[in-house]
Design a protein around this ligand. Structure first.
Ligand SMILES: [Zn+2]
Length: 130
Protein backbone atom coordinates (compact mmCIF):
# COMPACT_ATOMS: atom_id res chain seq x y z
CA UNK A 1 0.00 0.00 0.00
CA UNK A 2 1.40 3.38 -0.99
CA UNK A 3 0.55 6.43 1.07
CA UNK A 4 3.04 8.61 -0.69
CA UNK A 5 1.42 11.56 -2.43
CA UNK A 6 1.91 11.52 -6.16
CA UNK A 7 5.05 13.26 -7.26
CA UNK A 8 4.53 16.90 -8.00
CA UNK A 9 5.20 17.13 -11.71
CA UNK A 10 6.33 20.72 -11.22
CA UNK A 11 8.56 20.02 -8.21
CA UNK A 12 11.75 21.29 -9.82
CA UNK A 13 10.09 23.53 -12.35
CA UNK A 14 10.58 27.26 -11.73
CA UNK A 15 7.43 27.85 -13.71
CA UNK A 16 5.32 25.89 -11.22
CA UNK A 17 1.86 27.46 -11.40
CA UNK A 18 1.26 26.70 -7.70
CA UNK A 19 4.18 28.94 -6.79
CA UNK A 20 2.23 31.87 -8.22
CA UNK A 21 -0.62 31.19 -5.80
CA UNK A 22 1.65 31.25 -2.76
CA UNK A 23 3.28 34.43 -3.96
CA UNK A 24 -0.07 36.19 -4.02
CA UNK A 25 -0.03 36.47 -0.23
CA UNK A 26 3.39 38.03 -0.04
CA UNK A 27 3.21 41.78 0.34
CA UNK A 28 5.35 42.67 -2.62
CA UNK A 29 6.91 46.04 -3.29
CA UNK A 30 3.76 47.11 -5.16
CA UNK A 31 1.50 46.21 -2.27
CA UNK A 32 2.52 48.84 0.23
CA UNK A 33 -0.56 51.05 -0.05
CA UNK A 34 -1.41 50.50 3.61
CA UNK A 35 2.07 51.16 4.95
CA UNK A 36 2.20 54.38 6.97
CA UNK A 37 3.73 57.29 5.12
CA UNK A 38 7.39 57.91 5.73
CA UNK A 39 8.37 61.30 7.10
CA UNK A 40 9.76 62.06 3.66
CA UNK A 41 6.48 61.23 1.93
CA UNK A 42 4.57 63.34 4.44
CA UNK A 43 6.89 66.25 3.82
CA UNK A 44 6.43 65.84 0.08
CA UNK A 45 2.65 65.87 0.31
CA UNK A 46 2.71 68.85 2.64
CA UNK A 47 4.94 70.66 0.15
CA UNK A 48 2.55 69.68 -2.67
CA UNK A 49 -0.36 71.16 -0.70
CA UNK A 50 1.56 74.39 -0.24
CA UNK A 51 2.42 74.48 -3.96
CA UNK A 52 -1.19 73.86 -4.78
CA UNK A 53 -2.27 76.93 -2.81
CA UNK A 54 0.17 79.06 -4.78
CA UNK A 55 -0.85 77.56 -8.11
CA UNK A 56 -4.52 78.13 -7.43
CA UNK A 57 -4.01 81.75 -6.35
CA UNK A 58 -1.98 82.47 -9.50
CA UNK A 59 -3.83 80.40 -12.08
CA UNK A 60 -7.48 80.37 -11.05
CA UNK A 61 -7.93 84.06 -11.96
CA UNK A 62 -6.60 83.15 -15.41
CA UNK A 63 -9.34 80.61 -16.00
CA UNK A 64 -7.41 77.49 -14.98
CA UNK A 65 -9.75 75.22 -13.07
CA UNK A 66 -7.25 72.65 -11.85
CA UNK A 67 -4.40 70.34 -12.76
CA UNK A 68 -4.14 67.44 -15.14
CA UNK A 69 -2.23 64.46 -13.77
CA UNK A 70 -1.00 61.56 -15.86
CA UNK A 71 -2.29 58.52 -14.03
CA UNK A 72 0.12 55.62 -14.03
CA UNK A 73 -2.62 53.14 -13.18
CA UNK A 74 -4.95 54.06 -16.02
CA UNK A 75 -2.26 55.40 -18.35
CA UNK A 76 -4.45 58.34 -19.17
CA UNK A 77 -4.67 61.89 -17.92
CA UNK A 78 -7.01 62.73 -15.06
CA UNK A 79 -8.35 66.23 -14.58
CA UNK A 80 -8.62 67.42 -11.01
CA UNK A 81 -10.25 70.65 -9.95
CA UNK A 82 -8.32 72.56 -7.27
CA UNK A 83 -10.60 71.54 -4.41
CA UNK A 84 -10.60 67.89 -5.42
CA UNK A 85 -6.83 67.83 -5.71
CA UNK A 86 -6.49 69.43 -2.31
CA UNK A 87 -8.90 67.05 -0.62
CA UNK A 88 -7.15 64.09 -2.28
CA UNK A 89 -3.78 65.23 -0.93
CA UNK A 90 -5.26 65.81 2.53
CA UNK A 91 -6.80 62.35 2.40
CA UNK A 92 -3.44 60.87 1.45
CA UNK A 93 -1.84 62.68 4.37
CA UNK A 94 -4.51 61.53 6.85
CA UNK A 95 -5.08 58.00 5.66
CA UNK A 96 -1.72 57.13 4.15
CA UNK A 97 -3.27 55.94 0.93
CA UNK A 98 -4.58 57.50 -2.21
CA UNK A 99 -8.25 57.66 -2.93
CA UNK A 100 -9.84 55.82 -5.76
CA UNK A 101 -9.66 58.17 -8.72
CA UNK A 102 -12.34 60.78 -8.78
CA UNK A 103 -11.49 62.76 -11.86
CA UNK A 104 -13.57 65.79 -12.70
CA UNK A 105 -16.77 65.22 -14.58
CA UNK A 106 -16.45 65.87 -18.33
CA UNK A 107 -13.63 68.37 -17.93
CA UNK A 108 -12.56 70.81 -20.59
CA UNK A 109 -8.86 69.97 -21.13
CA UNK A 110 -8.14 73.58 -22.08
CA UNK A 111 -9.03 74.61 -18.51
CA UNK A 112 -6.42 72.38 -16.88
CA UNK A 113 -2.64 72.56 -16.81
CA UNK A 114 0.00 70.07 -15.74
CA UNK A 115 1.76 70.28 -12.40
CA UNK A 116 5.00 71.13 -14.22
CA UNK A 117 3.35 73.93 -16.13
CA UNK A 118 1.87 75.33 -12.92
CA UNK A 119 5.23 75.15 -11.19
CA UNK A 120 6.99 76.85 -14.09
CA UNK A 121 4.35 79.56 -14.13
CA UNK A 122 4.56 80.09 -10.37
CA UNK A 123 8.36 80.19 -10.49
CA UNK A 124 8.24 82.78 -13.27
CA UNK A 125 5.73 84.93 -11.38
CA UNK A 126 7.76 84.76 -8.19
CA UNK A 127 10.96 85.58 -10.09
CA UNK A 128 9.23 88.54 -11.76
CA UNK A 129 8.12 89.73 -8.32
CA UNK A 130 11.62 89.76 -6.88
ZN1 LIG B 1 -6.32 56.59 -12.86
Amino acid sequence: MRDDPPLDPFADDPGDPAAELGRGFDPGPDDDALEPLTAEEEAEITADLADLEVFQVLLEPRGVRGLVVDCQDCEEPHYFAWDLLRSNLRHLLDEGQARVHEPAFSPDPSEYVSWDYARGYADAMIAADE
